[in-house]
Ligand binder design. Structure first.
Ligand SMILES: CC(C)(COP(=O)(O)OP(=O)(O)OC[C@H]1O[C@@H](n2cnc3c(N)ncnc32)[C@H](O)[C@@H]1OP(=O)(O)O)[C@@H](O)C(=O)NCCC(=O)NCCS
Length: 177
């Protein structure tokens, strides 16, 4: 397996590959805690090629991909137009299991932070499943802090999520890991 990867903005031509990657990673992340029927319902809706095309084309969002040898090994989806214009939502960040712990998530996050700075976004919010210890550890490491809890619905399953927030201006490059 190659050791190098490249980060770039997703193009419309990436939609089908991204839909397949996103569905596979969503299923593997939550299969231990979620019924297959609930996963299927969510994946059918969220990760069709059409929905990924729409997210890539959405001017109020940004999708960055990490590719190795031309194949997607990670992605991040940011929604930049919240009710409060200076805030954005980190909607998804998913890295292939073989690529975790290798700095790729941090590089995707840096792409998001660059996007936020360009668009005048000063705060990034996210929600994360309360049992997703690795993701919570990653977010804490890069500068997010827990501010509360909320719910996230997968199919018919209502799960408890942590709400985490980052002050973009306060994050300096020495946070890079
Ligand atoms: C969340 C994710 C993007 C982070 O990327 P990553 O490459 O794994 O991140 P890192 O390895 O840099 O950081 C994870 C940290 O959690 C730690 N960790 C690993 N397993 C852990 C566990 N079971 N419990 C707590 N911490 C854990 C790691 O040691 C690391 O900390 P360290 O760098 O101080 O040692 C990636 O793990 C992923 O794609 N997970 C599956 C999808 C997912 O959960 N996405 C987020 C949905 S909200």
């Amino acid at each position: 397996m190659t050791a190098s990867f490249e980060i770039g903005r997703a193009a419309g031509s990436d939609a089908a590959a991204l839909a397949g990657f996103a569905a596979r990673l969503f299923r593997s992340t939550y299969s231990a805690d979620t019924l297959e029927s609930d996963l299927d319902a969510y994946i059918d809706k969220a990760f069709s090629t059409e929905s990924q095309s729409a997210e890539i084309a959405d001017p109020s969002a940004a999708v960055f991909l990490a590719k190795a040898d031309g194949a997607i090994v990670g992605y991040v989806h940011l929604i930049v137009a919240l009710a409060e214009q200076c805030a954005a939502r980190l909607s998804r960040i998913y890295i292939d299991a073989d690529w975790r712990g290798r700095g790729l998530a941090n590089d995707l996050l840096n792409a998001v932070i660059g996007e936020c700075r360009q668009r005048g976004v000063t705060r990034i919010e996210l929600t994360v499943f309360e049992r997703n210890a690795r993701a919570i550890a990653f977010y804490t490491k890069v500068g997010f802090a827990v501010t509360g809890t909320t719910t996230f619905t997968v199919g018919a399953d209502v799960q408890r999520d942590m709400v985490m927030v980052m002050d973009v201006a306060a994050r300096t490059d020495d946070r890079a890991v």
